[in-house]
Design a binder for this molecule. Structure first.
Ligand SMILES: *Cc1c(COP(=O)(O)O)cnc(C)c1O
Length: 387
């Protein structure tokens, strides 16, 4: 085999160890064994115990790492356990600089748990204000936690700018790349040290698994993450690794369709009389459209909008939709709608929601792979019903 790096779509199918050399199988077996037999006291087989390493998990990890341009990955039980694994890299009482409006589960972990148990302290800043980031970095700052685009308003972070600063100041960087998937954004190529995903979203892609993964840019971090994963044990089981690897096989075609659909939906919504505002990085009206073109392949498959009207109007919209389903998640092949105010951000006070720009007339769409004409028709009818 030549050493020439393969293109992304080819890597989704062939990168890593996506076949079993031993038995000729075109897809690696789901190895459920918790233990592996040693042939003697001096035998050190590659696999010994599945909390430490497992062939199905390894096949999945090597594929994700190749897609993210990293050196290796650690698959975890969920997105939040992947985040928790990254936080275990920090020493007691470390300080973390965090992107404003970060995923609620990340905020909860940092504030309700790591602050109390590990003495972590945090400063939330808009990472696009690079002077504010520089000012927020202290001698005890060990990590900058990036999320781009953010949920639900799709603010982007200039990843390279933040990583250049972090590197100069000796601070590690990790990005939650869930909303993009490795298809749409490869942050390691922009200088990030660690990439975290909720595999429950685009990587799995079929709303049928819960998982998380951390990809490392270098072997030192990968080695430390593997030890943490072994010590804490929040690993992804073989059945879910199988589903995630199977999901990756179609990542390229799914994301291509979902992003193309999302752009069409966003363009349609932008001129709809019932719509107040649309947020989608792929639209020229998005304030960070130029940045999106520099660091993302497309605008992605999430679109947010404010409709004209109040909560009751949103409810009429949701009830009138026949294809979009009201759900907490995103990233599946089916189109979904989410009401941030009463769902993902429900635990925040109305004041906190106000600061974050979350109003009662805001909804987030996760665009699936259906025919875009049907999606537009569904939205059009529901928007009319909401009036
Ligand atoms: C869903 C999600 C998570 C958490 O992942 P789980 O798999 O639900 O634990 C983290 N970050 C983002 C951006 C998400 O959308």
């Amino acid at each position: 085999m030549s050493d020439k790096p393969r293109n992304f779509a080819t890597r989704t199918i062939h990168a890593g160890e996506q076949s079993s050399v031993a038995d000729n199988a075109i897809f690696p077996a789901i190895v459920t064994s918790s233990s592996f037999i040693k042939r003697g006291l001096d035998d050190n087989p590659e696999y010994a115990y599945s909390r430490v390493s497992n062939p199905t998990r390894h096949a999945y990890e090597t594929c994700v790492a190749a897609l993210e341009e990293g050196v290796g990955a650690v698959a975890c039980a969920s997105g939040v356990s992947a985040t928790a694994t990254v936080l275990e890299l920090l020493s007691k009482d470390a300080h973390v600089v965090v992107m404003n409006g970060v995923y609620g589960g990340t905020f909860r972990l940092l504030e309700d748990y790591r602050g109390r148990t590990s003495g972590l302290t945090t400063t939330y800043v808009d990472l696009n204000d690079i002077e504010a980031v520089a000012a927020a970095i202290r001698p005890d700052t060990q990590l900058i936690w990036i999320e781009s685009p953010t949920n639900p308003l799709l603010h982007l972070v200039d990843i390279k700018a933040v990583c250049d600063l972090a590197r100069a100041r000796g601070v590690m960087t990790c990005i939650d790349n869930t909303f993009c998937s490795p298809w749409n954004q490869q942050p390691i190529t922009l200088g990030v040290d660690l990439v975290m995903h909720s595999a429950s979203k685009y990587i799995g892609g079929h709303s049928d698994l819960t998982g998380g993964v951390v990809v490392a840019a270098n072997h030192e971090l990968l080695g430390r993450l593997r030890k943490i994963s072994m010590a804490v044990g929040a690993i992804q089981g073989p059945f879910d690794c199988y589903l995630a690897l199977r999901g990756l096989k179609t990542l390229d075609v799914r994301m291509e369709r979902q992003s193309a659909n999302a752009l069409r939906v966003a363009q349609f919504l932008e001129q709809h009389p019932q719509v107040e505002q649309v947020y989608y990085p792929g639209l020229e009206s998005h304030p960070q459209h130029a940045l999106s073109k520099r660091q993302m392949r497309t605008g992605g498959a999430v679109v947010a909008l404010r409709i004209k009207g109040d909560r009751a109007a949103v409810n009429r919209l949701v009830e009138a939709l026949s294809i979009f389903v009201l759900a907490d998640s995103l990233g599946g092949v089916e189109s979904m709608i989410n009401h941030s105010w009463s769902m993902s951000h429900n635990s925040l006070s109305p004041e906190q929601k106000g600061v974050m720009g979350i109003s009662e007339n805001l909804v987030r769409l996760s665009i699936g792979i259906e025919d875009y004409r049907d999606l537009i028709e569904d939205l059009d009818a529901a928007l009319k019903a909401s009036a």
